[in-house]
Design a protein around this ligand. Structure first.
Ligand code: SAM
Length: 275
């Protein structure tokens, strides 16, 4: 549907390092993902982002002592939250060295410090043995990967039979066309996103990589408020930055806000099982 073919793990890592230096990746309490609001709920974005993590954890069918892989772990905030709440061990991987350092720093201060580990690794070439994990989750990370099917096949390899994979990601309900296409292309470029997929593309890739789909739900309306909140936080941060970085962060804020207002902008919550 939409491609940003020159995105690579290196370019994604560099972009996250720039955004981390600018302070945007900790702007919303350290999670680098949207918030989730239940119907009629009025909670701040910082709580709503944790609530999205809890939604993911709920789909993983966790048992204490299990080993989980967090694919694209950001600052480590979701991994630490899940490890602490469910008594599981979480290994987080990311292609940003700043994020590995930040996650390790946060872990040091956490009661769950012995239950997490963070390392620099590419999801398309996982440095783990077959069947090393009881389950895996990928919160807004697959969209950065040039070959999501390869990443999904790697995840199938390292998750044991019967284990679960939970994914959340931005999606295109219908293609962005005409002038709207510029918003989408801008968003892909500024965040080094390889692709924002349609739900059917997600289904096809999971099947191709050998996953059994249990659930795919569009929760786009429950996360929509996030884009405006994030854009406002980015603009606040931009006010204190040097002019070139401020321009980049302001452009990112404008694109995020425009995407979030678009009716074709959805957000999928996917649960799959390793046969
Ligand atoms: C939007 S952030 C989400 C971070 C985290 N899941 C969260 O919710 O706070 C995307 C994450 O995916 C990671 N990522 C992107 N491509 C990756 C790849 N090929 N292998 C591993 N991680 C990747 C980035 O480094 C970043 O940590």
């Amino acid at each position: 549907m939409t491609q940003q073919s020159d995105t690579t793990p290196d370019s994604v890592g560099e972009t996250y390092d720039v955004f981390a230096d600018a302070g945007t990746t900790t702007a919303l309490g350290g999670n680098i993902h949207v918030g989730y609001w239940k119907e009629g709920q009025d909670i701040p974005i910082t709580e709503a982002t944790d609530q999205l993590t809890d939604l993911v954890a709920g789909r993983l069918a966790l048992q204490p002592g299990q080993r989980l892989l967090d694919v694209g772990c950001g600052n480590g905030v979701p991994a630490l939250r899940i490890a602490q709440a469910h008594g599981v061990h979480v290994t987080g991987i990311t292609v940003s060295s700043q994020q590995v350092a930040r996650a390790a720093e946060l872990a040091e201060k956490s009661a769950a410090r012995d239950e997490v580990g963070f390392l620099f690794a590419d999801a398309m070439k996982l440095p783990f043995e077959d069947g090393s994990f009881d389950g895996a989750f990928a919160i807004e990370s697959l969209l950065h990967m040039p070959d999501q099917t390869v990443a999904l096949a790697e995840l199938r390899r390292v998750v044991r039979p019967g284990g679960r994979l939970v994914i959340t990601d931005l999606c295109q309900r219908l293609p962005f066309t005409g002038e709207d296409r510029a918003v989408l292309d801008g968003l892909l470029a500024v965040y080094e996103i390889a692709r924002i997929s349609a739900p059917d593309e997600q289904r096809a890739r999971l099947a191709e990589a050998g996953w059994q789909l249990l659930e795919l739900t569009d929760i786009g309306e429950q996360v929509r408020a996030s884009y405006g909140h994030s854009a406002a936080a980015f603009r606040d941060i931009a006010a204190s930055l040097d002019p070139p970085t401020a321009a980049r962060i302001t452009a990112a804020a404008d694109l995020l806000e425009a995407f979030g207002k678009h009716p074709h902008a959805g957000y999928v919550l996917i649960t799959a099982r390793r046969p």
